[in-house]
Design a protein around this ligand. Structure first.
Ligand SMILES: NC(=O)c1ccc[n+]([C@@H]2O[C@H](COP(=O)([O-])OP(=O)(O)OC[C@H]3O[C@@H](n4cnc5c(N)ncnc54)[C@H](OP(=O)(O)O)[C@@H]3O)[C@@H](O)[C@H]2O)c1
Length: 293
């Protein structure tokens, strides 16, 4: 087996990776507390299995891991990496799993080792101290923002795929990150503000504001030269709303649990891009002010 992987952040995605990879790839899961208890995985098909994964704290991290999967929320990445940097080799490769487009360019610029970004449509949530529910199968695209490290992306994608998390190396990760951000910007703040499931956005009370958000997002994307989806932004976003009508978006879950939201990671890059291009985006500004942080 290759050098052990570290997974930094024992929440939803971190536990999903750890449970799925266990037995196939040597690894350790870094959490707030160490534990000797197995992780319990519930699959989308309803099967439950136990996975004996080393669950450690940062101070016990191996000095030379094969790579580190960073699975904290966006706002926690830099603090967590600063702490981890004191324990591991400076040129260790990273995979960033965050939504949004905030930490990715900064960490890619500042970290000494190779940095990959992952855009995933896997869905997972934690269940108690040791449980992880894999809510829905998806696909994960991996790539470097500067178009480098293709062999690393291919090898990580292969290992993930073999573990039941289909992965693909790609050369357009920037576009994929912005596309996911655009969809998240149109859905997550609104459902968090109104405390509704995604499908609630189809209600006539919310529809016009969602349409106005999509229109401003599309303008910012065009200024950033991000190609629109084939169906166009509006059809694409409404298609996602339709397909995920019953879901509670992560930002809504964060608000309901009293946790900080990823408002800055999702709306921050749009506001910054708008300012950079001299665009007025009053709808996004109001949305940002209304969104719990
Ligand atoms: N869950 C999904 O299905 C999914 C899908 C696609 C993308 N994503 C993205 O993936 C990222 C992670 O999401 P998530 O749902 O897995 O979040 P999460 O459940 O909140 O997990 C993050 C974990 O990281 C831990 N953490 C933060 N700072 C740490 C530190 N310094 N040391 C040790 N542990 C630390 C947190 O602990 P505390 O709670 O104690 O702070 C928490 O357990 C987000 O950007 C999200 O948008 C998630």
């Amino acid at each position: 087996m290759a050098a052990p992987w570290l997974i930094l952040g024992a929440g939803s995605l971190g536990r999903l990776l750890a449970a799925r990879l266990s037995g196939r790839q040597a690894l350790a899961l870094i959490g707030r507390r160490a534990s000797v208890r197995a992780l319990n995985l519930t699959t989308p098909e309803g099967r439950t299995t136990d996975h004996a994964v080393p669950r450690i704290v940062m101070a016990d991290a191996l000095y030379r891991p094969g790579l580190v999967h960073v699975t904290t929320k966006s706002h926690a990445v830099e603090t967590a990496l600063e702490e981890l940097a004191g324990h591991i080799a400076a040129d260790t490769p990273l995979v960033l799993w965050q939504n949004g487009f905030q930490v990715q360019p900064r960490v890619t610029r500042d970290w000494l080792g190779p940095v990959l970004c992952a855009v995933t449509s896997e869905g997972a949530y934690v269940d108690g101290e040791d449980g992880i529910v894999h809510a829905g199968h998806g696909t994960t695209h991996l790539g470097n923002l500067d178009g480098e490290h293709a062999a690393l992306a291919t090898s990580v994608a292969r290992t993930l795929s073999a573990a039941g998390l289909p992965g693909r190396a790609c050369d357009d990760i920037r576009r994929r990150l912005w596309h996911k951000l655009a969809v998240n910007a149109a859905i997550n703040p609104m459902v968090a503000i109104h405390r509704i499931r995604n499908g609630g956005l189809r209600d006539p009370a919310h529809r016009p504001r969602v349409a106005a958000i999509i229109a401003e997002v599309a303008t910012v994307m065009a200024a950033e030269r991000i190609e629109p989806p084939q169906a166009g932004w509006s059809a694409h976003v409404w298609g996602v709303i339709e397909a995920t009508a019953g879901n509670r978006a992560s930002m809504l879950q964060d608000v309901l649990a009293g946790r900080p939201t990823e408002r800055e990671a999702i709306l921050g890059p749009l506001r910054e891009a708008a300012a950079r291009h001299g665009l007025e985006t009053p709808v996004l500004e109001t949305l940002w002010r209304d969104t719990p942080s």
